[in-house]
Ligand binder design. Structure first.
Ligand code: GDP
Length: 443
């Protein structure tokens, strides 16, 4: 996500990081570079101009504190202005309405409306909300079927609709059903066209008038760059949007849409879609995205994501067992690998670590997920006894295991070494806790 922009900005900041004093010329030069970087990222021109003006003015007027070098001061100014451009503060989803809270999804065809409807439904369900989804796309039976499948996958209720019905009638019926079931949230997916057209606008405006939704979210593909902001403005002119969901950010190296949308439309980005799967949705925090764009990672989001994906109950059980038995076998090892798979893609973890963008570039050819899958396959081809008592695994057993998993013996050896190291570490954790292990690592 946004790796080109991060790399470019990194270079600008590196060039002044070490400077003892920042002269006017240096600030002007850095501002020019920043401008180029933003234009390359496809940020809308007025947004770029405004941003650069603010950075330059503030950088010139900045009082150099004793604790920060001029380079760090400049970085701080850029970071603050990036945060402001992205919207300043986090704008949470508003559900403060007489239940059911209605969320209307708007956007062009292919932007990711139906996918985002499913993601949002899952996100709300995880917060113990009862969610019902309905499709108002009465032109494409495939769209209704897609929503039905998505709803089934994430485990929320789907209110059926059919081609040829009136979208307003469908929505009213769904609302009546949501009330009857005491649902907390009703999400209404709508039809999209390939371009903004009058008929589509009239239809969605009628839906809005009939439903009076508490949230009207505009779903837009971030890969379209600053066009995303322009399309959002066209919708905002006709529909009182309350926020934006920016999709396909996982494939967007530039970041132009993220940086333009708020300034061009005045509407806050509320979520990012970062993958095709239903759990690939992130709450949009302007300050965290700013630090991520500047290559400084986003540990807060990483911790939250881990907490969301890792099975807390299992993790606690494992910790208790480890403490009690002080033993760690290959079944435990496999369990850890499975948990890692749940965490989502390695890419999404890496890009939230400070300097992760560079790491990602270095690791381009290493398919970490494939390795995790292979490790699990090897452990699966062991007998239960072998998993419990790994020391049984000698040459002939290794050959059998390798053949079973379709790998070389060498790869079984590699796994056993990895397991030994992990077991040693776990024993240290079990006997002396984290502090002792850290000392061990340091020494
Ligand atoms: P709709 O026509 O607006 O309802 O769009 P869909 O929800 O059908 O999405 C169109 C395509 O974009 C599908 O292939 C989705 O899998 C894909 N898509 C949606 N959101 C994301 C995302 O955040 N990341 C990626 N990589 N693909 C996405």
């Amino acid at each position: 996500m946004f790796e080109n922009l991060t790399t470019r900005l990194g270079r600008v900041l590196d060039s002044i990081r070490g400077q003892g004093r920042l002269t006017e010329e240096q600030i002007a030069a850095a501002s020019r570079e920043l401008r180029m970087a933003l234009l390359e990222a496809d940020v809308a021109l007025p947004v770029v101009k405004d941003f650069i003006d603010k950075v330059r003015t503030r950088a010139l007027g900045v009082e150099i504190t004793q604790s920060l070098t001029p380079g760090q001061e400049f970085l701080r100014v850029v970071q603050q202005e990036l945060t402001a451009t992205l919207g300043g503060v986090t704008e949470p989803l508003n559900l403060r309405a007489q239940p059911p809270a209605i969320i209307l999804m708007a956007g062009l065809q292919g932007a990711g409306k139906t996918t985002s409807t499913g993601k949002l439904a899952l996100w709300l369900k995880e917060q113990k909300k009862k969610v019902i989804v309905v499709s108002g796309d009465v032109y494409r039976p495939a769209a209704i079927e897609q929503l039905r499948i998505v709803a089934g996958n994430v485990g929320v209720e789907f209110f059926p609709s059919a081609v040829g019905q009136n979208p307003v009638d469908i929505a009213r019926a769904a609302l009546a059903e949501a009330r009857k079931q005491y649902a907390d949230v009703l999400i209404v997916d709508t039809a999209g066209r390939t371009t903004v057209d009058e008929e589509m606008m009239t239809e969605i405006a009628a839906l809005h008038a009939a439903l009076d939704p508490v949230e009207t979210l505009f779903v837009v593909d971030s890969m379209t760059g600053q066009d995303a902001a322009n399309t959002a403005r066209a919708f905002a002119d006709r529909l009182p949007l309350t926020g934006v969901i920016l999709t396909k950010v996982d494939g967007d190296a530039r970041g132009g849409a993220a940086l333009s949308v708020r300034q061009v439309t005045g509407k806050p980005i509320k979520f990012l879609g970062v993958g095709e799967k239903s759990d690939r949705l992130e709450v949009f925090h302007p300050d965290r995205i700013a630090t991520r764009i500047l290559g400084q990672g986003d540990m807060l989001s990483l911790i939250e994501e881990t907490a969301r994906k890792v099975d807390q109950e299992k993790a606690q059980k494992f910790a208790a067992k480890l403490k009690k038995t002080k033993s760690f076998d290959l079944e435990d090892f496999r369990e850890q690998m499975l948990q890692m798979q749940n965490m989502g893609s390695m890419q999404s973890i890496l890009e939230k670590l400070p300097g992760g963008a560079q790491m990602q570039a270095q690791l381009k050819n290493v398919d970490a997920e494939k390795q995790v899958r292979r490790t699990i396959a090897i452990i699966n081809s062991m007998t239960k006894q072998e998993r419990r008592f790994p020391d049984l695994i000698k040459a002939s057993r290794k050959r059998r295991i390798a053949a079973g998993a379709g790998v070389e013996v060498q790869q079984v050896n590699q796994l056993m070494r990895q397991f030994d190291t992990t077991r040693d570490m776990m024993k240290k954790v079990a006997s002396g806790g984290m502090a002792k292990m850290m000392r061990g690592l340091a020494g």
